[in-house]
Design a binder for this molecule. Structure first.
Ligand SMILES: Nc1ncnc2c1ncn2[C@@H]1O[C@H](COP(=O)(O)OP(=O)(O)OP(=O)(O)O)[C@@H](O)[C@H]1O
Ligand SMILES: [Mg+2]
Length: 319
């Protein structure tokens, strides 16, 4: 399998902080790798190493077979980077920002302008093209930043939390764009705080925590690792919530009953028989429901289960 990028055993320390303690990451060409992890896990540090902005203390990484340390200039020609913090020049207009990048990438004036116009159109920024970026809204800046990373037609693109702060409609636009890029053969490394986003876009997911990989697999594989199913009940009359809660506690073998939304209760269950039991007991109690379902864990639940249990292990080993 040809990997668009591949990192092995990345270690990075900042003084006493070990940001990466031996991380492996890889994505086959034309796929999306989602990198998930809580704040401070090391996601941005890994992206910066793959983008040649930071040298690893140990380990190695290649992009399109090129070494990120020894062949950094060649690597830079392959990649596009959208930082977690926008990197556009506030005092330049949208067009000027993109033309500047095009010129830095050795495009002729004419080609740089054509590329800028094309990208501004793609990102719905044509009307704002001649306004300085400091007067853009947060969402517009985010899109300009994304457009900036695409000027050089990169074969690999790193998106570090590309949709943080975007409203749902603009987030959908970014998702569509990522899918289009991948359809064109681009490989994407996506870090995100939104598990739903990783679920929607990523072919593979690497979960990192405290600088280490704690899980890797497709979204479906990760859900299976955590296993179990969740029973969800919404009583027709919210006044019955407490009764339903009591009833669920009888089938849940001591697991936490959660309320994922107002008027809804959910509980992890071991097998399908819990459903039958709950239906029978609801019927006995004369409680009508508007929702009753058994579902696989969401990626959110997988994530909390993975990172939570790790913290527990650490607390236990520290004790
Ligand atoms: N330049 C730096 N100097 C010192 N410490 C740093 C530096 N960059 C990162 N760190 C530390 O390394 C660890 C990993 O940071 P990193 O930014 O990679 O995390 P992250 O997973 O991107 O987090 P977030 O979700 O908050 O963006 C953190 O403890 C952070 O404080
Ligand atoms: Mg980060």
């Amino acid at each position: 399998m040809a990997y668009a990028f591949e990192a092995e055993g990345l270690v990075k320390r900042f003084g006493a902080t070990t940001a990466l303690a031996g991380v492996d990451l890889a994505a086959p060409e034309g796929t999306v790798l989602g990198v998930l992890g809580p704040n401070g896990a090391g996601k941005t540090t890994a992206v910066r190493i793959l983008a040649t902005l930071l040298r690893p203390d140990e380990g190695r990484a290649t992009v399109a077979g090129l070494d990120v340390v020894h062949q950094a200039p060649q690597v830079r020609r392959q990649i596009g980077l959208t930082g977690q913090y926008a990197s556009v020049d506030e005092d330049l207009t949208g067009t000027e920002n993109l033309v500047l990048i095009g010129r830095l990438l050795d495009l002729s004036k004419r080609d740089a302008l054509a590329r800028a116009r094309h990208l501004l159109g793609q990102f719905d920024l044509t009307e704002a093209a001649d306004r300085v970026a400091k007067h853009y809204s947060g969402g517009m800046r985010r899109r300009l930043d994304l457009a900036a990373s695409l000027v050089g037609r990169p074969s690999v693109i790193y998106l570090d939390e590309p949709t943080t702060g975007l409203d749902p409609a603009k987030r959908d636009d970014v998702w569509r764009l990522v899918r289009n890029l991948v359809a064109d053969g681009t490989t994407v490394l996506l870090t995100t705080q939104y598990l739903e986003e990783a679920d929607a876009l990523a072919d593979d997911i690497t979960v990192i925590d405290h600088g280490r990989v704690i899980a890797h697999g497709t979204p479906a594989e990760l859900k299976r690792v955590v296993g179990g199913q969740t029973l969800v009940v919404r009583p027709a009359d919210p006044a019955h919530l407490d009764t339903v809660r009591g009833l669920l506690s009888q089938v849940s073998t001591g697991k936490n009953i959660d309320s994922p939304a107002r008027g809804v209760l959910s509980v992890p269950v071991d097998d399908d028989s819990a459903m039958t039991t709950v239906v029978r007991r609801l019927d006995d109690a004369g409680i009508a429901v508007t929702e009753l379902s058994l579902r696989l864990p969401s990626l959110d639940e997988v994530f909390f289960s993975l990172t939570g249990s790790r913290e527990q292990i650490e607390q236990e080993s520290a004790a």
